[in-house]
Every structure is written in structure tokens, then in C-alpha cells.
Design a protein around this ligand. Structure first.
Ligand SMILES: *Cc1c(COP(=O)(O)O)cnc(C)c1O
Length: 484
């Protein structure tokens, strides 16, 4: 594929997308007076209509997207999100709402927020929810702030947060930003938390354990009851990273297993497409004992309507302006209500079935460091191919030639050369088989013609990038020099 020039580069003077016929009546300049019109915009590209259409269509085809192919990026839950939810969020009555409207004029919107809070509390088994955080990582930070507030109220904030070695990188950074030192807990041979290590690490200086369940290997922490008991016995809280809730919706309630705080990713599990950098939403749920610290305002439901409560002396304050990303919340509500309880349960069941189908189909073709049945995702590695000098990046880049998006690479850190695959419930058997066949073909190529993997991708818009130089010496201006 050739490099698509910038629209400015194909510009040539006097070209126009559309030209009006010559006036055959007197020009009336007054009709346009007062409108913000300019005679000329400096440097504005001059191109024909078909050049504009082709330019942007070609650019759009240079992207992978869920509308064209399977997108197995593990830990990200890149599933297909029903378009009807986008339509609902685009309704003018929602889009044009002003966040500073007085509560009495936006009772319907407040009802939407409160209803989603209640539904997410029900789904997770928590007692209260806030929809303020804009992302998972912000939810984590809020969760840690709530935990700190809880400990401070009891007289001592404590110093340490325990995090398993399989955790997402945002977990240690959230704990750290909140002023805690992070202590790593080793995983056992099954990829789950090693109870002996946890017992040993759990002291009265530990504020919390951050646990991801199912963890980033896709493995369910089946000792979760014992885990929460060990932490609670020493007065600590258990935080659950609920970004992987797609595997659990309708099947398992973290709140029933001793979880004190949880965040969810609406932009993974609940119908907001992501990957382009937002907007997202990372609601946080708590048990009653942490409720007083939730951000203000709290939405209250009363017989006379919905009101905002700012008078919460123990609140940690605000973490986000207004009510969070309202349209993302709206999509989540539409999604949950359209599926209903039984539909949500089916989401988790099919997501787990699809992941295990891939795991079984590629078993022996790619190495599995942790070989237990998984929930929503499975983590292979490049160990078998490495003997021939082929690494996970070569496999990932070659998948692009097969028209497929690569899986997540090199995460979790406890699997060297990881290829983490999350198919989600929205993929058909046909699409899964296509992916499996491509992965098998690549494994054969690794033996028969490894050079083709080493130089992949061959059909994409950009070829293999020099990622080190891209990170170390980025070119930040078109036609500019690399920066140091
Ligand atoms: C995606 C993810 C996060 C972070 O969520 P963001 O919305 O990207 O900040 C945290 N933990 C896990 C396990 C995740 O997959």
C-alpha cells in the first residue's frame, strides 16, 4: 500500500469540491451580514470532491476496527457494541443536555444515573456506586482514596498495598499515586495468588490487597473467600479490579465474596467502544462501610423526585466534573436493560466458551504456560517458536497480513513472550475458526519460512516500525527532525 499523502499535499490552487452556478439575480450582501464568514482561510486545502472522498475513505481503511475484523486484544474486551445504544446516546434530548441544568429540570437524566448505579450495584453485589470516574485507572485511584479515607478515619492510613505479579500496570501506579508502597505477591503454578505468600505479607501495615478476578491470565481466583478472609483478619480492605467483569456478569457477584471496593470498565463490558482514547467510564462500587467517603454529589431518590446531596462531611470530594461521562452511562443502561438478567448471563457464558474454544484449538501449536481452563481470555506464548528465532512480535505482525488484529503482547509480565487472546461473546464460530486457522498457518510458517514472519507485515499501510526509535526519538512535526 502506498503512503497516503496529507490532504494539504494533494491540494492545488483553484480546485474546488463544489461550485455554485453564476448568479443571474443581483447579489444581496445584506442577507449574509452578521454571519461569521471569511473570504479566505490561510492554507486551506483546495481539492475536488472525489479527492476528498477517496482520501478519507483510504485513511479509514488503513485502520483496523471491530466493524471489519475480529479484534482479539486480551484484557481489553474489544467486543462489538450494538449500534442501537449509540443511536440512543445520540438523541438530541440527551446530547444537548447541559451539565449545569438545575436538578428539577433534568429529573429524567438523574433517574438514568441512579438506575444505572442501582443496576451495577445489583450486578456486582455492592451497596453503593459512583459513576464519576472517566476510566478504569481513575476508578482504581478513587478506590484507593476511599480505602485511605477509611483507614484514616480509624486512625491510621497504613503504608502498603499488596498486588499480585499478574496485575495490570495501572494497579501499582494507582496505589502509588495514592501514597502507598506496593508489595508484589507471587503467583503459584496455576497462575493464581499464592496463599502462603499472601499470609506472610499480610500485616497491620497493609491497607489493601488489589485483586483482579478473573485475573489477567483469565484464571478465576477460586480461593477468593480465603483471600478476603486473610486480608480482613488483619483489618485490610480488598479492592477488586473489575475490568474483566465480562467473564462474570450475571454469574458471580464480587460483593458476595468479601470484596470491599470494585471498579468496572463500562468501555469494556457495557457497550462503549474503545481503543481510540475515550470517552470511557470507570464506576466504583463500595460496601456500606466505605460509602460515607464516596465523591459528591450523591444522587438521592425520594418520593418527590431526584435530588443532589453535597452535604457529605466525610466525602473525599470530587474526582470528575459534573456526573462523569453521561452518554457512556446511558449506553451502559440501554445495554443492560436490553439484555436483561438472562442476556447478561449468556454474555459471560459465551465469552468463556469462546476463549476455551480458542485455547483448546491452539493447544500444542502455541505454548501455554498456565494450562488451566480459563474464563474469558487465554494467554499463549512464543516459547515453541522461539527455538527457531521467532518471537511474539513476529507472530503478531504476521497476523496483520491475514487481515486480523494482533492479540495483546508481552502482558501479563509473568508469561515471557505472551500472546493474550480475548475473543468475547460477539464472535461467531466462523470468525473464531478463521483466527485459529491463521494462527496455525503462522505456526507452520515459523518452521517452513521464518523470513516471512520476520519481515511482516507486508500488506499493511505501514510496515514494521522501529519501535525503539519511535519511543526514544519521536518525530513530532510533519517533515520535522526526530526529537531527543
Ligand atoms: C483496561 C484495564 C484497566 C484500566 O482501565 P482503563 O480504562 O484503560 O484505565 C485496569 N485493569 C485491567 C485488568 C484492565 O484490563
Amino acid at each position: 500500500m502506498n503512503r497516503e499523502p496529507l490532504i494539504f499535499e494533494i491540494s492545488s490552487p483553484t480546485k474546488k469540491g463544489f461550485a455554485l452556478p453564476h448568479l443571474d439575480v443581483p447579489e444581496n450582501k445584506d442577507a449574509l451580514s452578521g454571519l461569521p464568514l471569511r473570504d479566505e482561510i490561510r492554507g486551506f486545502p483546495q481539492v475536488s470532491e472525489i479527492e476528498v472522498v477517496r482520501h478519507f475513505t483510504r485513511l479509514s481503511q488503513a485502520n483496523f476496527c471491530i466493524d471489519t475484523t475480529f479484534y482479539p486484544l486480551g484484557s481489553c474486551t474489544m467486543k462489538y457494541n450494538p449500534k442501537v445504544n449509540e443511536k440512543i446516546a445520540a438523541l438530541p434530548s440527551f446530547q444537548d443536555g447541559h451539565p449545569q441544568s438545575p436538578p428539577e429540570l433534568v429529573q429524567g437524566n438523574l433517574e438514568i444515573l441512579k438506575t444505572l448505579e442501582d443496576l451495577l450495584s445489583e450486578i456486582t453485589g455492592m451497596d453503593a456506586m459512583t459513576l464519576q470516574p472517566s476510566a478504569g485507572a481513575q476508578g482504581e485511584l478513587l478506590g484507593m482514596l476511599l480505602i485511605r479515607a477509611g483507614h484514616e478515619d480509624r486512625g491510621h492510613p497504613r503504608r502498603i498495598v499488596l498486588i499480585p505479579d499478574s496485575a495490570h500496570g495501572t494497579n501499582p501506579s494507582s496505589a502509588h499515586i495514592c501514597g502507598y508502597s506496593v508489595q508484589e505477591i507471587k503467583s503459584n503454578e496455576r497462575g493464581t495468588i499464592d496463599l502462603a505468600s499472601l499470609r506472610q505479607a499480610m500485616t497491620e501495615e497493609v491497607a489493601a490487597l488489589m485483586v483482579t478476578n478473573p485475573n489477567t491470565l483469565g484464571v478465576f481466583e477460586d480461593a477468593i473467600l480465603e483471600i478476603t478472609e486473610i486480608v480482613h483478619a488483619k483489618g485490610g480492605f480488598v479492592y477488586m479490579d473489575g475490568a474483566n467483569m465480562n467473564a462474570l456478569v450475571g454469574k458471580f457477584r464480587p460483593g458476595d465474596m468479601g470484596i470491599d471496593v470494585i471498579h468496572l470498565n463500562l468501555h469494556k463490558t457495557f457497550s462503549t467502544p474503545h481503543g481510540g482514547g475515550g470517552p470511557g467510564s470507570g464506576p466504583v462500587g463500595v460496601k456500606t462501610h466505605l460509602e460515607p467517603y464516596l465523591p459528591v454529589p450523591i444522587i438521592n431518590r425520594s418520593p418527590s423526585g431526584f435530588t443532589l446531596d453535597h452535604d457529605r462531611p466525610k466525602s473525599i470530594g470530587r474526582v470528575r466534573s459534573f456526573f462523569g461521562n453521561f452518554l457512556v452511562v446511558l449506553k451502559a443502561l440501554a445495554y443492560i436493560q436490553s439484555l436483561g438478567a438472562s442476556g447478561l448471563k449468556e454474555v459471560a457464558e459465551i465469552a468463556v466458551l469462546n476463549a476455551n474454544y480458542i485455547r483448546k484449538s491452539l493447544e500444542g501449536v502455541y505454548h501455554l504456560k498456565y494450562d488451566s481452563p480459563t474464563l474469558h481470555e487465554c494467554v499463549f506464548s512464543d516459547k515453541l517458536q522461539k527455538e527457531r528465532g521467532i518471537q511474539n512480535i513476529d507472530i503478531a505482525k504476521r497476523l496483520i497480513d491475514y487481515g486480523l488484529h494482533p492479540p495483546t503482547m508481552s502482558f501479563p509480565l509473568i508469561v515471557p513472550g505472551a500472546l493474550m487472546i480475548e475473543p468475547t461473546e460477539t464472535e461467531s464460530r466462523r470468525d473464531l475458526d478463521q483466527f485459529i486457522e491463521a494462527m496455525k498457518a503462522i505456526a507452520r510458517e515459523a518452521i517452513e519460512k521464518p523470513e516471512i514472519l520476520k519481515s511482516a507485515p507486508h500488506v499493511s499501510y505501514v510496515r514494521r516500525l522501529d519501535e525503539t526509535s519511535a519511543a526514544r526519538r519521536p518525530v513530532l512535526r510533519w517533515g520535522g527532525e526526530p526529537s531527543e
